[in-house]
Design a protein around this ligand. Structure first.
Ligand code: HEC
Length: 479
């Protein structure tokens, strides 16, 4: 476990980064009974069977939520007034978040003609359609369901806005405005028994949900003491998506610094916080390969669930029990863990477009491996200015054959997902890993590496086994 701790030095910074600083969680009551221990305390809301968008958890909006069709009231297509080709692009790329009841922290719906004419949430002097054109072009924060808006789709949106975002009276068939959530995601879709859950909760760790205030960009940390009696591995995990309207993304960390059980507070990440699992819209259940367990920890560890909420849309009844469900197992034959690639050496000049920073995990470091390492997932992580991240493997060192491990292009901060590698990508001793991040600086000031949201990061966390084979100094490989 020491190795893990060491590794986290870097990690720490990084993930904590998102969290901002502040006083530590200072909660008193440690009655963490249900939330931090087993079995589906939240299973009912969580997710499969077509409810991952959290419709049922939000009683007050019951009538309209999640289904833009409801809004039209008279059976006309929900997208009435929007030209058919535009509605199709929106349905495929935007409505998973910008639904009639906006989901995952999106600030407004984009399902009716009127939705495009009203003042934008972030700038009341401009109509929404203007910001739409801005956000789908490459020099602004990119937006779309999987981070990849095709050129023709982008052009369809941009052209419509450029022509004045005019109303259309075409009768087109209604593109399905409420795409079915993936039934394969959520605790109920796991092929194993859920034995541990970590979820957002009210102060004191009660079953009660966390009341999500009316703010943008809230990083909230929920703390737990270890529910584990012995060293334990994870065999699978699933996201629990409760109040999907305001849930933007979450990351679960492990730390050896004791945490209040059932605590809620601002995020103040300990120096050894290590990434265990993370989720953003589009993220899926994760199953470890047969015979491989992911390091989870033991009785002396604590856990921190860091959740990013975005309640820009202004739901005053937002209440959340989101988090993560694990199937655990006694240690398996092979141990998987997380190591970091990328760089902390970041300095992005004012107005730079397509600025690149590169981090190398050199052959001299991978030569320390006693044998091949199997990489089973990548989790690219940057902040708001990140446009693309890729990791390439050079076989046998610089100049060797190149293989792409992951190419997240475009990267979207609003949609950071884990990329599984199945079958695993094998890293051999002596291979070199090069991670390159691309940034567009729209802030008007130079931007450097740092932990705050206005700073930047360039990391690819990779999950690999056998991790115990890796010397501690090689778990953070960011040169
Ligand atoms: C994965 C969820 C998701 C998808 C898919 C998505 N968005 Fe967003 N969108 C967000 C979130 C979260 C915000 C608020 C935070 C921010 O501004 O980045 C947002 C904000 C916006 C804004 C800014 C509004 C303002 O007032 O500043 C625009 C414009 C926008 N989205 C347009 C789009 C368009 C057009 C699409 C489809 C091509 C799309 N989005 C797809 C999540 C999403």
């Amino acid at each position: 476990m020491q190795m893990w701790g060491y590794a986290s030095l870097g990690l720490v910074a990084l993930l904590a980064a998102c969290g901002g600083k502040g006083s530590s969680a200072n909660d008193t009551d440690d009655g963490c009974t249900t939330n931090c221990s087993p079995t589906g305390a939240n299973g009912d809301d969580s997710g499969d069977g077509g409810d991952t968008v959290g419709a049922e958890s939000d009683a007050d909006d019951g009538a309209t939520e999640g289904d833009p069709d409801d809004g039209s009231g008279d059976g006309t297509p929900s997208a009435a007034g929007i030209p058919c080709d535009v509605a199709e692009v929106l349905a495929a790329n935007c409505w998973s978040c910008h639904a009639q009841t906006p989901q995952f922290g999106a600030s407004m719906p984009l399902t009716t003609f009127d939705d495009f004419q009203v003042p934008a949430p972030s700038d009341a002097t401009r109509p929404v359609h203007e910001l739409v054109a801005q956000r789908v072009t490459s020099d602004a924060m990119p937006m779309s369901a999987d981070g990849s808006l095709s050129e023709p789709d982008r052009a369809t949106l941009v052209d419509w806005v450029a022509g004045g975002a005019l109303e259309s009276d075409a009768q087109c068939s209604d593109p399905d405005p409420d795409p079915d959530p993936d039934p394969g995601v959520g605790p109920d879709a796991l092929p194993c028994e859920v034995t541990q859950t970590f979820t957002a909760h009210a102060n004191g760790g009660a079953d009660d949900p966390f009341d999500v205030p009316l703010v943008d960009n809230l990083y909230q940390c929920f703390t737990f003491s270890s529910p584990l009696e012995t060293e334990t591995h994870i065999s699978a995990w699933a996201p629990i998506v409760d109040d999907a309207r305001v849930l933007h993304h979450w990351i679960l960390y492990k730390t050896s610094e004791p945490q209040v059980d059932g605590g809620v507070g601002p995020c103040n990440m300990p120096g050894d916080a290590a990434f265990i699992a993370g989720w953003a819209p589009g993220g899926e259940n994760f199953l470890m390969p047969d015979g491989v367990g992911l390091e989870f920890g033991g009785p002396s560890d604590s856990y921190i669930l860091q959740i990013h909420y975005n309640n820009t849309a202004g739901y005053n009844d937002a209440a959340d029990n989101s988090g993560v469900a694990f199937c655990t197992t006694p240690p398996k034959q092979e141990t998987a863990g997380v190591l970091w690639l990328g760089t902390e050496d970041i300095s992005i000049p004012v107005d730079a477009v397509g600025h690149e920073e590169t981090g190398v995990c050199p052959a001299q470091a991978t030569e320390l491996l006693p044998g091949p390492l199997n990489i089973i997932a990548s989790f690219p992580h940057m902040h708001q200015l990140g446009r693309a991240l890729k990791t390439e493997i050079y076989r046998g060192g610089p100049g060797g054959t190149m293989e792409t491990l992951v190419d997240a292009n475009p990267f979207s901060f609003d949609n950071q997902v884990m990329y599984p590698h199945d079958p695993p990508v094998v890293l051999n001793p002596g291979d070199e890993l090069v991670t390159q991040c691309t940034f567009d600086n729209t802030y008007g000031v130079p931007v450097n590496f740092g932990e705050d949201t206005e700073d930047e990061m360039c990391f690819n966390f990779i999950m690999a086994y056998p991790i115990q084979a890796l010397p501690p100094q090689a778990r953070v490989c960011t040169f």
